[in-house]
Design a protein. Sequence first.
Length: 254
Amino acid sequence: MACDRIPPSRHRVRALAASVAALALTTAATAAAFAATPASAASLPKGHDVSSHQKNVDWPGARAKGARFVYIKATESTTYRNPYFDQQYNGSREAGIRRGAYHFALPDRSSGARQAAYFVSHGGTWTADGWTLPPALDVEYDPYDRKHKCYGLSTSRMIEWIRSFSDELKRETGRRPVIYTTTNWWNLCTGGSGAFAADHALWIARHGSADAGTLPAGWSSWTFWQYDNSGSLPGDQNLFNGSAGRLKAFSLGR
């Protein structure tokens, strides 16, 4: 994921760069392999996520390239809304792509409930129309202060913050948020909490890997996997862990 107001903060796997440097004759083939859908999940529905970095997206083009779902950044904290959100959110739907909104959490700025309310009022809604994915919470390393990866919050306070966000979102929309995170961040900043796995779908970020790897504490499976930050679709590349029919059912809340 990305913060729109500074260079994106991403969790990249660096081993690829080292191997490419060592194997100059196979650079093109290696890069293509990592940009493609992981072979172990090639049959799953493909999707992507975008923010203001992608600006006005060519949605019919994305649909033609295989996009079946997309998550779109709506808000950050309680002071920012993606200026391209309307084009991205409405355009994707018009092109026949299931879409949902996500919020980039800054837990040191205000309460979870307050950020959830801001998110809902600026695009983070849900309706059981079969085309709207449940809203998502992007919670990861602090991009504004690399020394405080957990926003200065203790593990117990971080758990309380996430719960506050989730409860408010559920109260306003009827759905719990999908939680986007990395295994390392979750285990570090929540102390490996298993409190959310039972009723929150997991959107795991793990790039440059043949599979989603070890999941955060509590989850035994992922719903979405962000496997690369570039590829054939605009923005980050994702997969849904199920059939096309299951993706529709998930959007309906079933």
